[in-house]
Write a protein that binds this ligand. Sequence first.
Ligand SMILES: Nc1ncnc2c1ncn2[C@@H]1O[C@H](COP(=O)(O)OP(=O)(O)OP(=O)(O)O)[C@@H](O)[C@H]1O
Length: 308
Amino acid sequence: MTDSVIETKNIHKQFGTNIVLDGLDMDVKKGETFAFLGRNGAGKTTTIKSLMGLVKPDSGSISVLGNDPAIDPIQVRSTVGYLAEDQTMFGWMRVEQLIRFIAPFYPTWDHQLAQQYVTQFDLPLRTKVKHLSKGQTVRVGLLLALAHRPELVVLDDPALGLDPIMRRDFNRDLVTHLQAEGRTVLYSSHLLYEVEPIADIIAILHEGKIVRQAPTEELRAQVKRISIDTAAVAKIGSKLKILDGRVSAGEVNLTVDDAVNAIELLQRAGIEHRTVDLNLDEIFEAFVAGQREIRFDFPEVEIANQPV
Ligand SMILES: Nc1ncnc2c1ncn2[C@@H]1O[C@H](COP(=O)(O)OP(=O)(O)OP(=O)(O)O)[C@@H](O)[C@H]1O
């Protein structure tokens, strides 16, 4: 028995000449809050729509709660709580009508729970959906995604368009309602600091693949910036997993993906170094925009060494 709730293997998807997914492997385990991160246009929504059976990959296999969304999309959609990035709801309905309309689609709909969310999310039942604020719209979407008590919740950039206070409240709600109940959550975002407090696992999507997946704490422990003398790089550089390297004023700032090993190597070799902890935004940037080639002829070295 596998404890994977979502499993994809070698997914490829191309729109015309645009290769969006290029061998995507994803494994989300039961009970995890899995943050799926990538830059704008990285392919997060394409992946999520493939999981929901709304986009057909060119190749590869997908299993969501044991079902193949390409074969049985209805089963997947009725068992997953899905909050789409672009929620197109029935604007002319009042919130209460919308809830009554959606409920029968789900055999496991819990009316009492829906009512509880109405109160907790402070939803105006008599207001027409098209007149709701962005924050209220997201909360209605969340109610619809959760009131059938899905085992898996898939949220595609749910905090998009919310102000910082709304986003904080939204994440708090998420923690209260989902993590407390042990649900599995796939949460896509391009804003790392948003998901940092709630994610168990962080996966970074870049150039069609997950380039790094790890528990949040492991990423913090392993991805660090180390400053060493330029001369020392020749001695040790080839032994490190360098994500980004920049020369500045006679020293090199290396962002490495194996800090524990790197620090040990540097200590053993007696090389002086300084280590800086990175926040998750900086870690993300190193993976998706890191400069892997270190250019020692960088003109700033010369400039920095000039007397002022
Ligand atoms: N139906 C489609 N037809 C053609 N191109 C598409 C289609 N859907 C997505 N794309 C393209 O695929 C790429 C990935 O888009 P996608 O929406 O999956 O990215 P994303 O990571 O969710 O981005 P964002 O964070 O901006 O929402 C983009 O270049 C987009 O233009």
